[in-house]
Design a protein around this ligand. Structure first.
Ligand code: ADP
Ligand code: AIR
Ligand code: ASP
Length: 318
């Protein structure tokens, strides 16, 4: 039997075979039997990740031992299983304009986890160093802990977003060459644009570190441009974060955080349709469908997975 203990109000993903109401610790709960081990595993991962408080008491105990290190706008970092590792949990929260706009988009975290896994795994494979170790489940990945460099490194190929606004360029204008920009990572200051001079003068990164960061950014741009072009998508721009990884007395700059449609601008080559977080920023709707389409084109998602299958499905109690 593949069963999962949930509170009556809990949302679960998966195909149920049977469910019944039970009593645990004075609270009504649902014991759900799943048709197959896969549906069970999916529901468990979703449930424990998102609704840890609604898990069976023994699971709650196991979960609560994991220490939360940091909670950001879109992700949570937990202490990892070994020293020097962290677990990166992808939430469904969508924010823009420094979190002034906020919404929960059911299933976004699952898709970003998968898309970011795919990109980081391939970056590792072609020798671009990253923090990524492996995906653990629907919402979590195991990463190497790094000392984050407080910069958002943006590479642009086409005018859009803040660049188009700042310089009065027409959105969609192809830039004479790829341009790298740095923004100082500070919510209080709204991530201001900074120059290399600021970065080295204030010691946020040293000149050789900055050289490494720029070389990484260009390599990531080349890789991502080709990857997306191959599936009919134009890479307009993207943001990466880099960190210092200390391993065996040496320090390397690696790509950290995530690379997903939350951190890239991606346009369909044929229709010019926006397929990234601008759908949320500009109230265009259909964000989840676009992210799924990206995952599908990259061959990440199984064709048979239902469009909203990444989000939990409401279970009505009997
Ligand atoms: P924010 O902090 O901007 O709200 P997130 O919600 O995405 O962003 O939170 C993830 C945080 O984890 C970011 O601050 C990011 O800099 C940090 N981070 C990403 N990768 C690593 C890593 N490998 N080691 C340490 N911190 C990391
Ligand atoms: N970005 C910057 N801060 C957070 C994110 N996600 C990304 C945007 C866009 C690029 O950086 O998603 O792909 C440039 O953003 P902007 O707003 O400066 O034009
Ligand atoms: N994610 C950032 C915020 O929450 C910026 C953005 O992506 O628009 O404001």
């Amino acid at each position: 039997m593949y069963a999962c203990w949930l509170r009556k109000s809990t949302l679960v993903t998966g195909h149920m075979a049977r469910k019944s109401v039970l009593q645990i610790g004075g609270q009504h709960s649902l014991a759900i039997e799943f048709a197959n081990p896969f549906a069970y595993a999916v529901a468990r991962q979703e449930t424990f990740a998102k609704f840890s408080e609604s898990s069976h008491p023994s699971e709650v105990k196991r979960m609560s031992r994991r220490r939360k290190i940091y909670e950001g706008k879109a992700k949570i970092l937990y202490e990892g299983p070994e020293p020097g590792t962290l677990v990166q949990f992808f939430k469904d929260d969508a924010t823009a304009f420094n979190a002034k706009k906020h919404e929960i988009i059911d299933g976004k975290g699952v898709l970003n986890n998968r898309i970011s896994e795919y990109i980081f795994e391939n970056l590792n494979r072609i020798g671009i160093p990253t923090h990524f170790k492996k995906r653990m489940n629907m919402r979590e990945q195991l990463i190497k802990e790094v000392e984050i460099i407080k910069l958002e490194v943006v590479v642009r190929n086409v005018a859009a977003g803040s660049l188009a606004k700042r310089l009065g360029l027409e959105e969609g204008e192809v830039l004479p060459r790829s341009i790298i920009e740095f923004y100082y990572k500070s919510d209080e200051l709204d991530d201001p644009l900074v120059s290399e001079e600021h970065i080295t003068a204030f010691g946020w990164a040293s000149p050789p570190e900055l050289d490494d960061i720029m070389a990484l950014a260009i390599r990531v741009n080349d890789f991502l441009s080709g990857l997306f072009l191959g599936v009919g998508i134009q890479l307009v721009d993207f943001k990466i974060e880099c960190g210092r990884l200390f391993e065996e007395d040496i320090m390397r700059i690696v790509v950290a955080d995530e690379i997903s449609p939350d951190s890239c601008r991606l346009w369909d080559l044929q229709t010019r349709e926006k397929m990234d977080k601008d759908r949320f920023r500009e109230d265009l709707g259909g964000l989840l469908e676009s992210y799924r389409e990206i995952a599908k084109r990259l061959g990440i998602m199984n064709e048979n997975e239902p469009v909203r299958g990444t989000g939990p499905v409401l279970v009505k109690s009997d």
